[in-house]
Design a protein around this ligand. Structure first.
Ligand code: MIG
Length: 801
């Protein structure tokens, strides 16, 4: 007879005193009397890994998040034993381990500032419910400490005072307080005393983070299984924390094809073929640039993956070709559920080769999704990923589809209360068999990874393009992503802005929202304001569920169509700027979007800002997120900025009112910046680009800018066939010098630069290119300070009268 239905809690357990210390190359081991071992790996001078076991030995080490390309190696490691603690020092950090209780404190090695300190530190609770341990960590929260990151949380950028859960979940029409959502990125950046550090808790079980919510001075994180295993990443700059985290978990494996940075149009669903063509033709007719058209689930036959509806798409290869001839790349959706259908070859092969996930007692995991009852490939098995990749051959190689959209990969299951697989489902986990409790949060990541490998293989020598809904840390290596099923409300415009910045701060920059909102329908004004924000997100796509009407740029009224065109055109003009930022992103892990706190952490005003952000290094963006606005107040970070529309220079470090009627938005350029621009094209590659415009914003002082170019697709750039130009601007009272440094072997198509000088405080009397005076006719100086010069100049000197 069961007498007690309450789960008995055993209470917290703690490490006892340290009785052993051992060093093994880059690893330090501290063992306690009660069988706890702390293993510290010195990954780099500024990156330490902390790993704990409670059983006296460590299980096999395996992570889907950490990339094999992560940097390792440190300059210094000195270890000392003191009376009450051990201490070790790297070139950047000092770390103390208490002998009495294994508690850790970490200091900046330069000035001894305390950066991070265990409160209770590592502790655990044996779980009767799950069998294993609930592993916990608590840290002291400093006065004035702020917290950022954690993926797609639809909450204020600064997470102080809040608690969050990580469990990848299909969250249709989520709201501002919905938690968790589609992604699990258990990484945050803490900032206090102007110094930033990061913590990446690489544990895929359901996890929780508490940022001084339960107790005012304590920040904690815990998971319902697995190991206490976290990386401490020192900045002290916020940006360096994110860069170092991105180094650990990976940058995108290659540049996106340039077209993927264009505008994308999507809906659930465009069908049949005639409807698709009607949409694409309308873009060309109205001269609204667009590069990609999406096919949602209705293109398939009964929602079966890798099939086409014969009725609606009788000849996909011809259609995809015709779309391509008109500049449109076709992207199709692929979900994880494979219909239980003995006549379906994918199902047959999956079953025969034992590729589907199984319940603990043997039968395949069966769940309902769009096609009806389905089985689900176990993407955590290498062989299954290879098989899955091979399934893309026809779609990509033969039919000519250019990108694949992975949806429902949380995995989402219909008609069950927990919306996903039951906990007992088994996974291979790359040879580390486990239950769904451990594999759930990486399932979507591994699906996207397999899809990426397939698309990459069959698109070769072109670059792949993949988009995923679910993600775990590291997914940015393979794919872009969107923020899931948002709603056409003003609040969601705020959410979209915060989510994109937060994702960029979480190492995942190739992100965007469903522009206009997925559920419900925006009015004309909301759609226009959303496009204005969306063109400054790395992934720029309108998508809607289509239940509530049309959501194309022309679906509202003519005035709005003109506004939408104006901003999509701006996106196309800025493509070389965005492409250059992407290059820096894949090279160095530099985020594509920077919240103000990342831009200027010394200025405490930035710590609680949410709306303003940097798009790349030079452009300050602030969306209008309220109806009926003629402008808004916004914070301008320190320094001088040019209003993009008026060229008026404003001094930052304060809040100001900025006019922005419906056809405009607050947009500023950092002084000294050189912004490269293309002419407007209807799609990438429409025009041969012979000239690049460089918008030069005069500054008294120095500023560097860059311009990257390559073939816009393919892999030649990895062999040095790219062109990277660095411009060094030096502005003086009576002159302006721009030096160009060139790197790379690629010969660009453009031959000249059209320089537009903004804010020049003097009249030009003389121009020298590489120390030779140039006749005004030759360089075509116009009344508006525009001049055209050869792209290969080394030094341009503009001299005042
Ligand atoms: O159950 O494929 O988030 O973008 O249009 C809905 C149909 C499934 C959810 C995705 C959405 C997509 C929709 N999908």
């Amino acid at each position: 007879m069961i007498t007690n239905t309450e789960l008995e809690k055993k209470g917290n357990l703690y490490p006892s005193k340290v009785i052993g210390f051992k060093k093994d190359v880059d690893k330090l081991y501290f063992s306690t009397d009660n069988d706890v071992i702390l293993q510290v790996t010195v990954v780099r001078d500024s990156v330490l890994r902390f790993r704990y076991t409670t059983t006296g030995n460590f299980k096999k080490d395996f992570s889907y998040a950490i990339t094999k390309y992560a940097g390792t190696g440190y300059n210094k490691l000195e270890i000392k034993e003191e009376a009450t603690f051990y201490t070790f020092t790297t070139a950047k950090l000092i770390c103390n381990i208490n002998k009495a209780d294994l508690k850790v404190s970490i200091y900046d090695a330069k000035d001894n500032t305390l950066i991070n300190k265990d409160e209770l530190g590592f502790h655990w609770e044996e779980s009767y419910e799950y069998g294993g341990n609930i592993v916990k960590m608590s840290k002291t929260s400093h006065d004035g400490e702020s917290y950022y990151g954690l993926g797609d949380k639809p909450e204020h950028l600064n997470m102080k005072g809040k608690r969050f859960e990580n469990w990848v979940t299909d969250s249709y029409a989520y709201g501002k307080s919905t938690d968790p959502l589609y992604k699990d990125i258990p990484f945050y950046t803490g900032l206090h005393h102007s110094k930033a550090y990061g913590i990446f808790f690489d544990n895929t079980f359901r996890s929780f983070f508490d940022f001084a919510n339960e107790r005012r001075n304590v920040t904690s994180f815990w998971a319902q299984g697995g190991e206490m295993n976290y990386y401490f990443i020192y900045g002290p700059k916020v940006e360096d924390v994110v860069v170092n985290y991105t180094d650990l978990t990976g940058k995108p494996h290659q540049m996106p094809p340039l077209w993927a940075l264009g505008y994308h149009q999507c809906k659930w669903s465009y069908y049949p073929e005639s409807k698709v063509k009607e949409i694409t033709s309308k873009f060309r007719e109205l001269k609204i640039p667009c590069d990609a058209i999406y096919l949602d689930i209705d293109y398939m036959e009964g929602f079966r993956c890798f099939t086409w509806s014969k009725e609606h798409f009788p000849d996909p290869k011809r259609m995809v070709k015709e779309l391509a001839d008109d500049g449109f790349k076709t992207v199709v959706i692929i979900d994880p559920g494979i219909k239980v259908d003995k006549d379906d070859p994918v199902y047959q092969e999956g079953l025969e080769k034992d590729y589907f996930c199984k319940r603990a007692d043997g039968p395949p995991m069966k769940g309902k999704v769009w096609p009806g009852e389905c089985y689900f490939p176990d993407y955590t098995k290498p062989e299954v990923r290879e098989w899955w990749a091979s399934l893309f051959k026809e779609l990509i190689e033969d039919i000519g589809v250019k990108g694949v959209w992975n949806d429902m990969n949380e995995p989402a299951v219909m008609d069950v209360p927990n919306k996903t697989f039951p906990d007992d489902v088994r996974h291979d986990y790359d040879g580390n068999p486990c239950s769904h409790r451990k594999a759930h949060n990486v399932y979507g990541m591994q699906m996207a990874r397999a899809t990426y490998h397939g698309v990459k293989k069959f698109a070769y020598p072109k670059r792949p393009f993949v988009i995923t809904r679910a993600a775990y840390s590291g997914t940015q290596r393979y794919t872009s992503s969107w923020t899931g099923d948002n709603v056409a409300t003003w609040e969601h415009l705020w959410i979209a802005n915060v989510q994109a910045q937060r994702m960029a701060m979480s190492g995942f920059s190739f992100i965007g929202s469903d522009i206009g909102g997925f559920a419900e329908q925006p009015n004309a004004e909301l759609y226009a304001r959303w496009i204005q924000l969306g063109v400054f997100h790395p992934f720029c796509r309108t998508h809607s569920s289509g239940d509530h009407g049309d959501q194309e740029p022309w679906a509202f009224d003519i005035d709005v169509t003109d506004i939408v065109r104006k901003f999509i055109e701006l996106r196309y003009k800025l493509l070389p700027y965005l492409y250059t930022a992407f290059w820096n992103h894949i090279q160095d892990g530099t985020p594509l979007l920077k919240s103000l706190v990342m831009y200027d952490q010394e200025d405490v005003h930035t710590h609680y800002r949410t709306d303003e952000f940097m798009f790349g290094n030079k452009i300050l963006v602030c969306p209008i997120i309220e109806p009926n606005a003629k402008g808004r107040r916004m914070y301008i970070p320190r320094g001088n900025w040019y209003n993009y529309w008026t060229n008026e220079v404003v001094k930052g470090g304060k809040e100001i009112w900025v006019d922005a009627d419906i056809d405009s938005m607050p947009l500023f350029v950092k002084e000294g910046a050189i912004i490269p621009k293309y002419p407007v094209q209807q799609y990438v590659g429409e025009k041969e680009i012979n000239e690049i415009t460089l918008d030069i914003y005069y500054k008294k002082g120095k500023e560097n800018s860059q311009l990257f170019d390559d073939d816009h697709d393919g892999y030649d750039y990895t062999k040095g066939r790219y062109s990277l130009r660095t411009f060094k601007l030096v502005g003086k009272e009576k002159g302006l010098i721009i030096q160009q440094h060139k790197a790379g072997k690629f010969i660009t198509n453009y031959k000249t630069f059209k320089l537009k000088l903004h804010g020049l405080p003097f009249k030009i009397s003389k121009i020298q290119v590489d120390n030779e005076e140039i006749l005004f006719e030759k360089v075509k100086v116009n009344g508006d300070n525009t001049l055209i010069i050869d792209k290969d100049f080394t030094q341009l000197h503009i001299i005042s009268a």
